[in-house]
Write a protein that binds this ligand. Sequence first.
Ligand code: RAT
Ligand code: ZN
Length: 424
Amino acid sequence: MPTPTAALPSLARSELAAAVNAELAAIPFIDVHTHLFMPSLGKLGLWGIDELLTYHYLAAELFRSNPIAPDEYWRLSKRDQADLIWRSLFVENTPVSEATRGVTAVLEAFGLRADAADLREARQFFAAQEPVAYIPKVFELAGISEVVMTNDPLDPLEAPIWERGAAPDSQFHAVLRLDRILNKWPEHWPALASKGYAVDAHCTGSSTGEVRRFLSDWQARMRPVYMAVSLPDTFQFPDDGVRSRLLAEAVLPACRSFNIPLSLMIGVRYQVNPALRLAGDAVGRADLSALERLAAGYPENRFLVSVLSRENQHELCVYARKFSNLMPFGCWWFLNNPSIVEEITRERLEMLGTSFIPQHSDARVLEQVIYKWRNTRRTLGPILTNTYGLLVEDGRAVTRTEIRRDITRLFRSNFEQFRGAKAH
Ligand code: RAT
Ligand code: ZN
């Protein structure tokens, strides 16, 4: 086998940008965290202009530019909400924010007018799409080969579909999401009890063993690529709460036995403004020594980690240097803006080389993958070009083959290996 570096000649500094951009465009990425759903999960899958416009990132922006009270907004039909957001954020104001610009990028990708006075044309276009052909087309426009879903076994709409048997789809991977169980045990233990698991309100006795049995049953049903939980900025581990006990006695052993990672998304300040519903969460700096204790205390477990606070990013890189069972991923939610993505990604490249996953889309509406991945590629191009430029300046030639290998590692194989491999 020839060495990969022998395959193509070294690039001059002036050729780096074109090579990086061409490879970024050509390599299909894996989207490691979304809220999209495979077709067999039916109506859970959202798409089209009304869903794009009522995305909670945009609802949050509406209340800054329109005097409508949240309660009044929620009483409107989805169509009226979308019309209001369009008028307020796209017609009466220029859509310069990241989330608004995203909608215009989607419209542009489909050849639709982004400056229309109303949504008639867009609604007609999206209503005419047939999911079977449309999903692959959207993935192609986004430059992704597959997405990872978020699947909550206690979601009253989703769980029954899985229980009846949902047809798997090779472009959508399942994830067993644990927020209800780990963060809201008092509200949700009765749902487990009603399904025949011997659990109690204080999570004592057989409870943790029974949660393990529950996870095992859902592992068999969903075949998840990892388990996942979002966590507050106040997250501590270990502590004497139910969450720590469930993590130590049910979730971590289950991940070990199924040989899958646990994804920890840390730093949410839940519902600081409940009137905004899904848009009502904020961010807080977390104490990452909890992560240190998890990574050090459970070396046989692997952790995919995203932290929401900008202030926690550097610490996360330091911990990833200490513990190879940590895989930093994504620039999550309020961080997914070019200025912050640039800062975080440069920091990660400088501290971790190519041993991290730069981004996920967090898409909730199918077409969002088009703009979110377009933006990621646009931000990453100059960062990688500059990184290779410095290397060339410091005397190390770079080939196109190496650039391809690095981008493939960042956006595909780090995930593929980490999800299946034993920690080393
Ligand atoms: O970014 C988002 O859409 C958030 O509302 C959350 O869903 C977050 O990504 C999560 O997975 O908890
Ligand atoms: Zn998410």
